[in-house]
Design a protein around this ligand. Structure first.
Ligand code: HEM
Ligand SMILES: *[C@@H]1O[C@H](CO)[C@@H](O)[C@H](O)[C@H]1NC(C)=O
Ligand SMILES: *[C@@H]1O[C@H](CO)[C@@H](O)[C@H](O)[C@H]1NC(C)=O
Ligand SMILES: *[C@@H]1O[C@H](CO)[C@@H](O)[C@H](O)[C@H]1NC(C)=O
Length: 523
């Protein structure tokens, strides 16, 4: 065999590339390493001590996480990861996903920097792209000016609404009671009912009409479907599940856009548009004369843009519905396993508001609920062990630093380069012995009466902090307090199969809930 001139050219050409391409990469990598050192010096940061490795350049970690999620232990895994670091006392580390470097932190000082003191160094990253098909442009999806405008427009609604709201809950509670009475003496899933309760009350509060998902044949109702009311709750749930998949895919979110996601979005949008049109058909004078409080009608006094109204309402529904249902579920989960705590709470509520046939429902108000100290401690303790948003993240939009994590002791700043994602786990912070002592994983509402717990600052953060702090915090606590009070007034016995697994498995979609539901008995 002999080689022609031509063949030799090709070989020469190929060898050139085989040599020069890796060379180029090495040069680029070297430049990058030096640039990082330069940045570190310029910004006064030190190298991070904790570097987590899966041994496969981050190709294994996504699969580990999928497995943990399917097993219902993803939030708990976020705690474990800190325990296996080179220095477990440093609450910040870097890790890799498919070769891309990220940071994780549970250090309150770093979380405070991300959310408050260095707010302008970070953004929501891809959230808008991932959620926009359902949520469009709203407070929950936007950054910068769009977010500022949304927040300014929505904030007044939350100040005014808080007080009158609880009365609107009562009709829904009565339907919930019917379901529980139907199951008297039997085990049933209360969490599933909480999810229906919160979509019923939220839809009424937001759109002016409830989707009434609790009213079904099993308790003797037959509801005619109109404007996709029945379909709405189902489609909304399913669309949220799809969005959660999209958000877990990070940059590859666009790969997941199945037909049923698009169909669900259509149902949700059609429903929202029906009510937006109804509101816009009213003159400003008619809007003023509407009875009761409807978020949509109040907002329609500020803008008559149908898309803005639709997007903001759906943004609030996503932010407020599952979070509240999750909180209620974990409250009753812990009450059912802790008879002493349940008894103490019962005593407080019964002495203030009566119970059974003698329940003084009209006395349960925003103000009187604020005076229920033990109830508040139970809610705080539940949000501590089960924060509705256990993990969250932000994207650095410029080269910056976080105050802790650098150097041997972790007390020096650490470099966060532009485009780096920083995940933060309040679930892990809330379970740190450093802030909550040796019994940090025990459900103990009494800790909220101890002086140490009252000085936590950023180590207790169920509602986020800084400029993007949850707008619905008071609203959610009032609703959860009211529902808890009414249920306990009506049903004085609560029990759960003693073999129920503890700690419970958790689903982590957009928000956290009980993986296996809340299977309890009430009477
Ligand atoms: C237990 C109940 C709730 C919890 C634990 C909770 C928690 C949170 C958290 C952690 C965030 C920050 C998300 C982020 O910035 O990435 C947030 C934002 C928000 N929440 Fe809540 N939330 C609850 C209920 C509600 C309710 C009932 C509403 C409304 C009715 C609501 C409205 C909002 C809004 C509008 C935002 C976006 C604020 C902004 O970005 O400026 N939340 N919430
Ligand atoms: C619950 O936590 C909040 C926020 O940290 C705190 O202001 C409040 O005093 C706590 N409530 C109780 C009853 O401890
Ligand atoms: C950051 O990411 C964006 C989009 O992926 C890209 O266009 C940009 O070049 C990146 N910037 C840096 C500094 O890596
Ligand atoms: C609650 O349980 C106690 C003891 O098991 C029982 O005597 C009582 O009748 C129950 N109360 C209701 C309302 O079912």
């Amino acid at each position: 065999m002999s080689l022609t001139i031509n063949d030799l050219n090709i070989i020469e050409y190929l060898t050139k590339w085989y040599i020069s391409l890796p060379l180029l990469l090495v040069v680029y990598k070297l430049f990058d390493v030096f640039y990082e050192i330069y940045l570190r010096n310029k910004l006064g940061a030190k190298r991070e001590t904790n570097i987590e490795s899966d041994g496969y350049f981050g190709f294994k970690m996504p699969f580990i996480m999928i497995k943990k999620k399917d097993d219902g232990v993803l939030p708990d895994f976020s705690v474990e990861r800190y325990e296996n670091l080179l220095n477990p006392n440093i609450a910040t580390y870097s890790f890799k996903i498919f070769t891309t470097k990220l940071f994780a932190t549970k250090d309150p000082e770093n979380i405070k920097a991300i959310l408050a003191t260095q707010f302008n160094d970070f953004s929501l990253g891809l959230r808008h792209a991932q959620f926009a098909p359902l949520l469009g442009n709203g407070i929950f999806t936007l950054d910068k000016e769009g977010w500022k405008d949304s927040r300014q427009m929505l904030r007044p609604q939350f100040a005014r609404e808080q007080i009158s709201h609880v009365k609107m809950l009562e009709p829904h509670i009565q339907i919930l009671f019917k379901h529980i009475r139907k199951n008297l003496g039997n085990t049933f899933d209360l969490q599933e009912l909480f999810f229906r309760l919160t979509v019923d009350s939220a839809s009424e509060f937001l759109f002016g009409e409830s989707v009434e998902s609790l009213k079904d044949e099993s308790i003797g109702f037959h509801i005619e479907d109109f404007a996709g009311k029945k379909e709405f709750a189902k489609s909304f749930n399913s669309a949220q599940d799809s969005m959660s998949v999209r958000s877990k895919l990070q940059k590859l979110y666009w790969l997941y856009n199945p037909k049923h996601f698009q169909q669900c979005i259509k149902v949700v949008h059609t429903f929202a548009q029906h009510y937006v049109q109804k509101a816009l058909s009213l003159t400003p004078e008619e809007l003023d004369k509407q009875e009761g409080y409807v978020f949509l009608y109040e907002l329609a006094k500020q803008t008559r843009d149908p898309k803005v109204l639709q997007d903001q309402l759906l943004n609030i529904l996503v932010a407020g519905r599952d979070t509240t249902a999750g909180l209620l579920s974990f409250v009753f989960f812990e009450l059912a396993r802790n008879p002493e705590i349940f008894k103490k709470l019962k005593e407080e509520l019964y002495s203030k508001f009566g119970f059974g046939k003698d329940a003084r429902v009209e006395e349960i108000t925003f103000e009187s609920l604020k005076n229920c100290e033990y109830l508040k401690a139970v809610l705080n303790e539940t949000l501590r062990l089960y924060p509705s948003v256990p993990q969250n993240f932000r994207l650095a939009i410029k080269d910056t630093t976080l105050p802790h994590g650098g150097g041997k002791d972790g007390l020096s700043p650490v470099l966060i380069r532009k485009n780096t994602t920083v995940t933060y786990s309040v679930y892990a912070t809330h379970r740190s012995e450093e802030f909550y002592g040796k019994d940090s994983t025990i459900f103990r509402p009494e800790r909220w009466f101890e002086p140490e717990t009252r000085k936590l600052g950023w180590a207790f953060l169920p509602f986020n902090g800084g400029p993007r702090i949850c707008l619905g915090q008071q609203f959610a606590l009032t609703e959860a307090s009211y529902v808890t009070t009414r249920l306990i007034q009506e049903f004085s016995n609560l029990s759960m199969n003693p073999n129920t697994k503890y700690p419970p498995k958790k689903s982590s979609h957009l928000t956290m809930s009980l993986f296996d539901g809340l299977n309890i008995e009430m009477s």
